[in-house]
Design a protein around this ligand. Structure first.
Ligand code: SF4
Ligand code: SF4
Length: 455
């Protein structure tokens, strides 16, 4: 049994991987897709098509809106019907490009064959540019543009690529299915990432509740013969797949408050991102689809679906039989870090990893009682924070003390909430406080910059 894990905090929720046996299926095309312009970290993309334009699958329809931003490509062929705000998963209006689907014609130059291309181009700059042009972003949740991660700032050096195959959130199984069914492509993608960063070692981290994936990836690595790629079996523990915790578990290095993984020599990419890198570099295929799990005990038709980006959530659910009668909550992502879907008419994003149905019993929150100072929340916090203190400061609106006690470092993992015997909504309270603290930090930085420029 592996002992590889992060050093502080964490919890062990039941893994509930009930869709793990479901092979990836291609979802039939929806009649209409809606591609949100802001579906990555950074500036929203800017449309480069107009209403009435005919587009093909893989054709760019929006360009990066800044340095940290990404291209968006049409995921279908058809006609642009509108470029207008539309409510997102939370019901908040977001600019979207609406495309009515007419057939399935792909842009020229995209290799849709199953042939595995193992020879990696030599020009690393050209590889990073291909990744940028393909609109690849991190598919592990953060959706950070991948080409930016692969361009370390001057003075920093990557020493290791970590491919995150932990999938530590309960219920999620799409990364597991990708490892089992597209393991070769993931390994070529990992070899590309390793080469781009200077031939550094690459570790594929997989938790031990996926022994078939560990064995399969070891076999694929042996077969393909790239140097410096290995599998590291990880102990099961949540939130192992969180970037800072994974770096700690694999490299035994701590990423400081507000710092990036590259500051300790690490670049972390998710399994789905490694696949998207393979597609972009070896097949000229932009990021137009991704695999997501549709699951939950109350959902009779478990599935892992390959879905075109921008497909309406309701279309996916209807394809699988509709919302189950006893489901009271639908979540985008897992139960720990996922977000409640308030609007089933909203569409998937590049980073959508799951649609999860929960029953009233599963979502029931016991009434909140007073803090008994048991310290369980602090023991569980993987960031070494004191959640009981943070919630007290948040309720008192003491912004200065919240910042001093590093509320901004919260990774919103929910371990504190999961552990609290008094059922205090720690995550909700701390998440809100974190947003306010980060807003104040950004405002201060902007004011300091403006003052410096005025001199
Ligand atoms: S949600 Fe934040 S405060 Fe709570 S355990 Fe996770 S990192 Fe710590
Ligand atoms: S776990 Fe809950 S009851 Fe225990 S110290 Fe933390 S906030 Fe208080």
């Amino acid at each position: 049994m592996s002992k590889n894990t992060f050093s502080i905090g964490g919890v062990h929720p039941h893994d509930s991987k009930i869709s793990r046996g479901c092979a990836i299926e291609q979802l039939p095309l929806a009649p209409t897709v809606y591609l949100q312009l802001s579906q990555h970290i950074g500036a929203p993309a800017k449309p480069i098509v107009a209403v009435g334009d005919k587009v093909k699958v893989g054709q760019p329809i929006a360009e990066p809106g800044g340095f940290v931003s990404a291209f968006i490509h049409s995921s279908v062929s058809g006609t642009v019907k509108s470029i207008a705000p539309r409510p997102d998963l939370a019901g908040i209006p977001q600019m979207c490009i609406e495309i009515a689907v007419e057939g399935d014609e792909w842009a020229p130059g995209i290799d849709l064959s199953d042939t595995l291309v193992t020879a990696i181009p030599e020009d690393n700059k050209a590889i990073v540019e291909k990744i940028r042009l393909a609109g690849v972003v991190g598919l592990g949740g953060a959706t950070f543009p991948t080409h930016v991660k692969l361009s370390p700032p001057p003075g920093s050096k990557c020493e290791m690529i970590i491919i995150n195959g932990c999938e530590c959130e309960p219920y999620l199984t799409s990364d597991f299915r990708v490892l089992m069914e597209k393991g070769e492509q993931v390994v070529v993608g990992a070899a590309i990432l390793s080469q781009v960063m200077g031939g550094v070692p690459c570790t594929i981290a997989i938790e031990v509740n996926k022994p078939e994936a560990i064995a399969h990836m070891e076999e694929v690595i042996g077969k393909l013969g790239y140097k410096g790629i290995s599998v590291m079996p990880m102990k099961m523990r949540y939130p192992q797949g969180s970037e800072k915790q994974l770096i700690d578990a694999v490299m035994h290095r701590q990423v400081g408050s507000g710092a990036l993984p590259i500051s300790v020599g690490a670049v972390v990419q998710n399994v789905g991102t490694a696949l998207a890198v393979y597609d972009a570099v070896q097949k000229n295929k932009p990021l137009v689809d991704n695999t997501l799990s549709v699951t939950g005990e109350c959902f009779p038709r478990q599935a892992n679906l390959l879905v075109r980006v921008g497909t309406p959530i309701k279309y996916i659910i209807d394809y699988l039989g509709g919302v189950p009668e006893d489901a009271v909550k639908v979540i985008s992502g897992g139960p720990m870090m996922g977000k409640a879907i308030a609007n089933l008419e909203a569409s998937t994003l590049k980073g959508t990893s799951a649609i999860l149905f929960l029953t009233a019993k599963q979502t029931l929150r016991a009434p909140e009682s007073g803090c008994i100072r048991c310290g369980k929340c602090a023991d569980a916090c993987p960031m070494g924070l004191e959640p009981f203190l943070l919630q007290r400061l948040a309720r008192a609106n003491d912004m200065e003390a919240l910042e001093q006690n590093a509320a901004q470092d919260c990774i919103e993992c929910g371990c504190c909430l999961y552990s609290c015997p008094a059922h205090i909504p720690l995550l909700d309270i701390i998440r809100q406080a974190k947003g306010a603290v980060l807003g104040a930090i950004r405002a201060r930085a902007a004011a300091a910059k403006a003052a410096a420029e005025a001199k």
